[in-house]
Unconditional design. Sequence first.
Length: 163
Amino acid sequence: MTLAYIGLGSNLSDPAAQIRQAVNHIKSIPNSQLKKISSLYFSRPMGPQDQPDYMNAVLALNTQLSALALLDHLQAIENNAGRVRKENRWGARILDLDIILFGNETINNERLTVPHYGMKAREFVLIPLAEIAQTLLLPDGDRVAELAKNIATNDLKIHSQLD
Ligand code: ROI
């Protein structure tokens, strides 16, 4: 069993509804159990500013799947939501599901970089993550609570509850 942390983001087609629907789909991933889920957060776009604001959340999933098998399930959920994969990298998206952490593993291959390469610079990842994992350490020893305390909030705020 591995405890994986997954980041969820959306800024198109009713983002709050996209996140809620994605959580329901994640609950039905085989050989896995949802352990914790953060609040749903409103966030300002990182990257190009000519795109809508985002909804973001982070959840903890206990899984017997490999990281790549989990990624296959997450990408299928993104595709079912109508995600268009060739849209530009920092642009608006219907649904983004990222493996932020996979236990204490460091993974670097063509499909997957874990811990997520941008997580330490993203308030919309660190603050929801710290909400559900107050004592978590990253593989490099950094303390999530400390990183979250020191990052600019950039207007991040709780929108509603997901559980
Ligand atoms: N900005 C915010 N606020 N939330 C996201 O989930 C998000 N995802 C992205 C980029 C385009 C970097 N900006 C984001 O992929």
